[in-house]
Design a protein around this ligand. Structure first.
Ligand code: FES
Length: 156
């Protein structure tokens, strides 16, 4: 997104600030529809800008988008890299990997149905003493559990 498009996006979102009373999903939906009408789809950046300016969360916005078949977003793929090296395996990484596959409904090497997450394994993430280790894109997570991972994914 260039500077001109970003300014337009900010102006558009700002125009909804006065309408917004708490979690007013009607205004949020109207704002999302306006953004799509202007840009052809809802840029990923719009979700973070709306979250900040309209004091809501990306999860609420994604929920609205999911419930509105006419709305479309750019899909950014987040890579979840699970360590299957020896020391993480000794801490139960194989069972952890199976539980992540089950929770996301995919196997290592594939993407979730919505295209947002892909699952990979790597034979050591070089933080062995803190395993089980996981990377979500470039962010490093240690002593991982399924609950912690799912909680991290909800923030994205
Ligand atoms: S074996 Fe997992 S970080 Fe090294």
């Amino acid at each position: 997104m260039n500077d001109e498009e970003r300014s337009l996006l900010i102006k558009l979102i700002t125009s909804y600030e006065d309408d917004f009373l708490g979690v007013d999903q009607t205004s949020l939906l109207a704002c999302l529809k306006d953004i799509q009408a202007t840009f052809g789809l809802i840029p990923e950046e719009a979700l973070s800008l709306m979250s900040t300016q309209l004091k809501t969360s990306p999860a609420i916005l994604r929920g609205l988008i999911l419930r509105s078949p006419s709305l479309r977003t750019e899909t950014k793929v987040h890579t979840i890299t699970l360590c299957n090296g020896e020391r993480c395996s000794n801490r139960g990484s194989e069972a952890f990997i199976r539980s992540v596959e089950k929770a996301l409904g995919i196997s290592v090497g594939s993407k979730t149905k919505d295209g947002r997450f892909e699952l990979k394994t790597q034979r050591c993430l070089h933080r062995c003493e803190f395993g089980i280790n996981v990377n979500i894109d470039a962010s490093e997570h240690t002593q991982m559990t399924l609950e912690k991972l799912l909680s991290e994914l909800k923030k994205i």
